[in-house]
Ligand binder design. Structure first.
Ligand SMILES: C[S@@+](CC[C@H](N)C(=O)[O-])C[C@H]1O[C@@H](n2cnc3c(N)ncnc32)[C@H](O)[C@@H]1O
Length: 276
């Protein structure tokens, strides 16, 4: 069985797209490192994680959030979203970047259904990428900033941007000609029970939608709206998995978790776009 580090090197070889964050030259394997022609070196750790950030970034996206998120995914609450993404991708061999991949669940879903597809997952949160490296798929997991991706121009046939701030210029740069951006963003009913529990208004979906259509041409779209019945345990995981609660203390999250609703609504727009 391949080690996590070897899986990363294999994925990097298949994709052939890594570029040095210092000088932009191609990076290739050199022992346990990646190195470029100008002898800049980056370590790939034993956990199969490549980190190109010069300094660690603090965020609300921590290990507890991703552990709860994984349980919500494993309960099947986002299966319809993953299926919608898959249905919007043309039946070809793909090189996919999951930009802001979080714990990598969507990329793993796609790669596990398509043996000849290759993928990279990029996220600024180290906790996210460490969780992603536990997944069975062979992918290039990288801690980096979406505003400065360590990938050569035209590297990917598809970029997924799922509930993550967009970096449209970088997405355009790393997409191959004719490549697709898959953008997933909230509809007004998304997590409405959790928002109601905090007396928050519904999501305002117009702004993201208008900005997307300014930057790209939507060539296919689906709206996924499903209301799931949830157990008190799953409600608790929803409370802990969403950045909606990032301003709350642990005690306040636990208090919300102790007043469960019976259902949680997933309402997401899934759009396939050509960058303009
Ligand atoms: C709401 S989560 C979505 C994660 C994943 N796409 C999903 O749907 O489960 C947003 C993700 O964007 C990442 N993120 C936010 N800003 C980023 C940036 N500048 N560069 C890379 N990742 C970023 C966060 O670390 C987090 O994992």
């Amino acid at each position: 069985m391949l080690s996590k580090r070897d899986k990363l090197f294999l994925a990097a070889e298949h994709l052939g797209c890594l570029s040095c964050p210092v000088c932009g030259q191609a990076l290739t394997r050199s022992g346990d490192d990646l190195a470029c022609a100008n002898r800049h070196r980056l370590n790939v750790n034993r956990k199969g994680c490549l980190n190109v950030l010069s300094q660690q970034v603090d965020s609300c996206y921590d290990a507890a959030l991703f552990a709860a998120r994984r349980r919500v995914f494993d309960a099947g609450c986002y299966n319809a979203v993953a299926n919608a993404i898959e249905a919007l991708l043309p039946p070809a061999q793909h090189r996919i970047l999951d930009a802001g991949c979080g714990d990598g669940w969507y990329l793993n879903h796609l790669l596990s259904h398509h043996e000849d597809w290759h993928g990279a997952g990029a996220d600024i949160s180290r906790d996210a990428i460490l969780q992603a490296t536990n997944l069975p798929c062979t992918a290039l997991w990288c801690v980096c900033d979406l505003r400065r991706l360590p990938f050569a121009d035209g590297s990917f046939t598809a970029v997924m941007d799922i509930l993550t701030p967009a970096s449209y210029d970088e997405f355009r740069r790393v997409l191959a000609p004719g490549g697709l951006l898959i953008k997933v963003y909230p509809g007004s009913g998304y997590l409405r029970e959790l928002r109601a529990a905090r007396e928050m208004e519904a999501y305002e979906e117009g702004q993201v939608d208008a900005y997307l259509r300014e930057k790209a041409t939507v060539v296919g779209e689906q709206r996924v709206t499903v209301t799931h019945k949830v157990s008190p345990e799953l409600w608790r995981d929803f409370v802990w998995m969403t950045p909606l609660m990032q301003d709350l203390s642990e005690a306040a999250k636990d208090a919300l978790a102790s007043r469960p609703a019976d259902t949680v609504t997933i309402d997401l727009h899934v759009a396939a776009c050509q960058m303009t």
